[in-house]
Design a protein around this ligand. Structure first.
Ligand code: ADP
Ligand code: MG
Length: 720
């Protein structure tokens, strides 16, 4: 049970107070060291105390020199015995260091690191991490990773980020941190997290955490401290997001949709299949939002093929059944048209109850508003939207952006595909916040096919609620994925294409991605096309599609493929978005290792849409080692699993760009490692904000948010 340090209850030190103390007030920081500290961004005692160790060395638990095995990486704690420098014939330097512990000796060589001569002095304790090899009868490590321990005592030694350039050593930082903690100990640190929440989550108090992160007695203590301080970082971010969300809900008037009507029920019972559990769950979550007084802001996440369309349509119909209209916005014209076709098919024969009509109902009107809808046709659509005779409008973002007037827009579905579309969402809200006082804000459902790990979604889409379709409709034959490592195996891929075509099916060939230049990409696509036409797929009907073609030409080629006048479509990633040809059962992706995991997954989603089992070949040049992304795709077809792997491989950078991350307050917390903690922080943020929306009763937390989150952070968090 966390105990309250006596000092803290009498008004412990706040982060703002610590931020107000210049670091040079600590003993032993002269002008030169102060300049060094400034160079690494440490100006105040708060900066110093939040310069956390990057590692902790447990002296009681390291290998001894006598435990080292040739060829096996290990960490050893040793003392420097002798250092010599040699210049070799090619003028490269070699530093040789003799080290040892009570159990034996070890020989270290550093190539091209002349500064090691100054760094490693006799008698110094250092930690080495590396692989020992047998050399001239003894053990030798070459270019190991070195941590200087200095003369610090204690079982656990914190290793701070050191800077050779700024001339700061870990023991200097450790010394200053220790004296800062010493000076703070009388008052202790104020704790912004209510005791009840700390108890519930098993978090230690901040005072103990600050001490234990820097001066742990055991690794367990360090872990507890890290958990608490990482929680603080996440709580600040989540509190901002939750406040934002709640303020939004408070300030905007939504529509209480009529959920008791006939229309949605008719729609569900007319479906040729049963909803999946995930679809039913998402629909129930959405219905609750729709019935409520506040506008919905919900993210619907679901992998390609998870059945988002039915869920979205159900939401649009809920608006229609109460006498309002629905709109679906797609990122591209092609997609808008596909949605229009798909949704019209889903709604065929569905009648809208209409008490004004002799038969008690009328047919439902779905209109497409695309660029190619022009002239009188366009005027009719616009008139229908304005007088309410059109129930559902489908188009691109132009639907809301170009002053199209709706009779009563009740629900908007935004299909973002794999983009985050932050700007579009912002635009929608701007529109929503409206000029006229009495205007109500439509409910908004954002659909994305990019599965992002749930905890990450909570941060990136932190002011939205999230529904997840984590289940595919039954009866799918999973896509088999293979890796063609080199030209020999590539032949097998072309064999599969021919076989599929001879069975009346079709295939996609995706050309290498060349991010730097579309021109090069097109050239390479043409090359691939020629090669396939004249060699590997000679005799088949092959079409080429790339980003530099005129829209009409693109449409023609797509049309030919759809109508089965082409067997094979060779394309750049333009097919990534929105081609739906269930008869295509083979996909070959060339130079697959140039693509990211999410992109490969999206591409692969173009096949496996029909009843026949589909195949995806990932072709690379012959690779010696592994290709973790290609292997991930081979091993899994689950978008969420792949998203997790992607997050592991690429780190947080995937989600927040590097600049933002650098600035952000997340020093200890990791969206990747601390998934559990993100959940807890989000829940705690609701617990704190809901009874106290302006944080009047949590002034300390509010103050910390203001202090610690930079203007950029806030802008980033608020942008969505
Ligand atoms: P998404 O938009 O999530 O990629 P779609 O909504 O296009 O997926 O649905 C993919 C396919 O699955 C469609 O052909 C659709 O008819 C079918 N489908 C959707 N829900 C179900 C279900 N519950 N049972 C069987 N098939 C379904
Ligand atoms: Mg779809």
């Amino acid at each position: 049970m966390p105990t309250e340090p006596a000092a803290a209850t009498q008004g412990g030190l706040t982060l703002r107070e610590l931020q107000a103390i210049p670091v040079e007030r600590l003993k032993g920081i002269g002008e030169k060291k102060l300049a060094s500290l400034h160079e690494v961004g440490v100006e105040t005692v708060l900066d110093l105390l939040t310069t956390y160790p990057r590692r902790w060395v447990d002296r009681t638990n390291e290998a001894r020199v006598s435990d080292l095995r040739p060829g096996v990486e290990a960490l050893v704690l040793v003392t420097v015995r002798a250092v010599t420098k040699r210049t070799m014939r090619n003028r490269r330097t070699m530093i040789e260091v003799q080290v040892g512990d009570g159990s034996g000796r070890l020989h270290i060589v550093f190539f091209n690191q002349p500064w090691r001569e100054r760094q490693l002095r006799e008698g110094l304790q250092i930690m080495l991490f590396g692989k020992a090899d047998v050399y001239r009868g003894g053990l030798q490590m070459t270019n190991p990773i070195v941590d200087l321990i200095g003369d610090r005592t204690g079982k656990i030694v914190p290793i701070y980020p050191q800077s050779e350039k700024a001339q700061l050593s870990t023991w200097e930082i450790a010394g200053w941190v220790e004296s800062a903690l010493e000076r703070c100990s009388a008052r202790g640190f104020a704790d912004p997290v209510p005791l009840a929440i700390r108890r519930e989550l098993g978090l230690i108090d901040r005072h103990s955490a600050m001490r234990q992160i820097h001066l742990p007695e055991t690794m367990g203590e360090k872990e507890q401290a890290r958990r608490r301080l990482a929680f603080d970082e996440l709580l600040r971010v989540q509190t901002v997001l939750v406040m934002r969300k709640r303020a939004f809900e408070r300030e905007q008037r939504g529509i209480r949709h009529d959920m008791s009507g006939e229309l949605v029920r008719r729609f569900h019972s007319a479906l040729p299949y049963a909803l999946t559990g995930a679809q039913a769950r998402a629909i129930a979550e959405i219905d609750l939002d729709l019935a409520g007084p506040h506008p919905m802001h919900r993210l619907l996440q679901g992998d390609v093929g998870s059945g988002k369309t039915v869920v979205a349509t159900s939401a649009l119909l809920a608006a229609v059944q109460g006498g309002h209209q629905g709109a679906l916005m797609a990122p591209t014209e092609v997609l808008a048209e596909q949605h229009a076709t798909g949704i019209r098919a889903l709604l065929a024969d569905l009648k809208v109850p209409d008490p004004g009509n002799l038969f008690g109902d009328r047919s439902l009107n779905v209109a497409l508003l695309a660029n190619r809808v022009t002239g009188q046709q366009r005027r009719d659509v616009l008139a229908g939207l304005a007088d309410g005779t059109i129930d559902i409008a489908i188009g691109t973002h132009a639907l809301i952006q170009e002053g199209v007037e709706f009779h009563s827009l009740g629900c908007v579905v935004v299909d973002e595909q794999h983009r985050f579309g932050v700007e579009q969402r912002a635009a929608l809200r701007m529109k929503g916040s409206g000029t006229e006082d009495e205007r109500v804000v439509p409910d908004v459902l954002v659909m994305t096919a990019t599965p992002i790990p749930r905890t990450a979604a909570m941060t990136v889409y932190g002011d939205l609620d999230v529904s997840v379709l984590d289940e595919l409709p039954p009866g799918r034959t999973p896509i088999k994925t293979f890796w063609a490592n080199g030209p020999l195996m590539e032949m097998a891929a072309w064999g599969d294409v021919r076989e599929a075509v001879s069975n009346g099916q079709q295939a996609y060939v995706v050309c290498p991605l060349i991010e730097e230049s579309e021109k090069l990409e097109v050239a390479s696509a043409q090359e691939t096309f020629e090669r396939l036409v004249h060699q590997d797929l000679k005799g088949l009907r092959i079409g080429l599609l790339h980003g530099r073609m005129a829209p009409a030409d693109k449409e023609r080629v797509m049309g030919e493929f759809r109508n089965r006048e082409l067997d094979v479509l060779v394309a750049t990633t333009v097919i990534e978005v929105g081609v739906d040809v269930p008869n295509a059962t083979v996909m070959v992706i060339i130079d697959a290792d140039r693509f990211g995991i999410a992109q490969l997954h999206q591409l692969r989603g173009r096949v496996g849409r029909g009843k026949v089992a589909s195949i995806c070949w990932l072709v690379t040049a012959e690779l010696e080692g592994t290709s973790p992304r290609v292997e991930a795709l081979v091993s899994s077809t689950d978008g969420f699993e792949l998203a997790e792997i992607d997050l592991d491989l690429r780190g947080e950078g995937t989600l927040m760009n590097t600049a933002q991350k650098g600035k952000s307050d997340l020093k200890l917390a990791s969206l990747r490692r601390d998934r559990e903690l993100v959940h807890l922080a989000r829940k705690a943020a609701f617990d704190i904000v809901d009874p106290d929306p302006t944080l009047a009763k949590s002034p300390l937390l509010l103050d910390e948010i203001r202090l610690v989150l930079s203007a950029e952070d806030e802008a980033f968090l608020f942008k969505s």
